[in-house]
Design a protein around this ligand. Structure first.
Ligand SMILES: NC(=O)c1ccc[n+]([C@@H]2O[C@H](COP(=O)([O-])OP(=O)(O)OC[C@H]3O[C@@H](n4cnc5c(N)ncnc54)[C@H](O)[C@@H]3O)[C@@H](O)[C@H]2O)c1
Length: 264
């Protein structure tokens, strides 16, 4: 018996990295998974892995920045699965530059569009369905970068602070509709996103780093009380809790899963 038996989860950006990890844990807990992504190749791979383990999983084309795409994806999920119980707003981007003087308007816009507006757009797309069913769980993937301003990461940090604030507002707005809205703030995970960020180190106004993995590990040693990196599975377990009935009286909260890097 899993905590999410009979439930259907819609995971944006579910094709790789943290989204794939979340999908795996929710599936382990008994949920069927709609993998909603703009990258259909990765989504197909993740879906195949889930199906091989006996989970019902479908790939759904979805760009969370587009109202039309989000609505179409929500409709497709409801028609293919019959219902959606859980929305995980995980899709995110970090932009192509770091460093205060180098962040471009395109970086700013992409972080705002995907990391913040995307949560709003996708939540609105599934809201009528949740209201009709009389319940729903929304879990937003923010970041510890949203807990305080980050040097060189203004665009990303501001979008993630917005995601934490939006989680609180949606929780207040939707509580009477029996919809819980919470967030998870991941710490440091060695995914494609971090590797993308690392690729900018040395290129932009940051010091030259020869061994990127060593830099990542050194940063964790210096900043993380538990002294270890986080994994997509760690984030998935927090999402599974917040999406389950165990968390039925929790809403508007943002939970750090970061080994203690940030304490509020
Ligand atoms: N990796 C980390 O250390 C870290 C730390 C804190 C927070 N996060 C957050 O966790 C989430 C997942 O990060 P990740 O490291 O797995 O990143 P990733 O880049 O590996 O994966 C992001 C996924 O989102 C999808 N995506 C991007 N734009 C989209 C759009 N417009 N519509 C639908 N899907 C879209 C991508 O195709 C990809 O599958 C993001 O919100 C990220 O900001 C990551």
């Amino acid at each position: 018996m899993g905590r999410l038996d009979g439930k259907v989860a819609f995971v944006t950006g579910g094709g790789r990295g943290i989204g794939a990890g979340i999908s795996g844990v929710l599936a382990r807990e008994g949920a069927s998974i709609a993998i909603a992504d703009i990258d259909l190749d990765n989504a197909a791979k993740t879906a195949a892995e889930l199906r091989a383990r006996g989970t019902k999983a479908e790939v759904i084309r979805c760009d969370v920045t587009s109202v039309d795409s989000a609505r179409a994806a929500a409709e497709q999920a409801v028609s293919q699965f019959g219902q959606v119980d859980i929305l995980v707003n995980n899709a995110g981007v970090v932009g192509d530059h770091i460093g205060g003087g180098l962040i471009t308007l395109e970086d700013w816009d992409s972080c705002y569009e995907v990391n913040l507006k995307g949560i709003w757009v996708m939540s609105q797309a599934l809201l009528p369905h949740f209201r009709e069913r009389g319940s729903g769980k929304i879990v937003n993937i923010a970041s510890i970068a949203g807990r305080k301003g980050g040097a060189g990461l203004a665009h990303y940090s501001a979008s993630k602070a917005g995601a934490i604030s939006l989680t609180q507002s949606l929780a207040r707005d939707l509580g009477r509709s029996n919809i819980n809205v919470n967030a998870v703030c991941p710490g440091l995970l060695w995914t494609d996103m971090w590797r993308h960020l690392e690729a900018m180190i040395g290129r932009d106004d940051t010091p030259e780093v020869v061994d990127r993995r060593a830099y990542f590990e050194g940063y964790i040693r210096q900043n993380c009380p538990l002294g270890r990196e986080q994994t997509p599975e760690d984030i998935g377990m927090a999402v599974a809790f917040l999406a389950s009935d165990d968390a039925r009286n929790i809403t508007g909260q943002s939970l750090n899963v970061d080994g203690g890097i940030e304490l509020n």
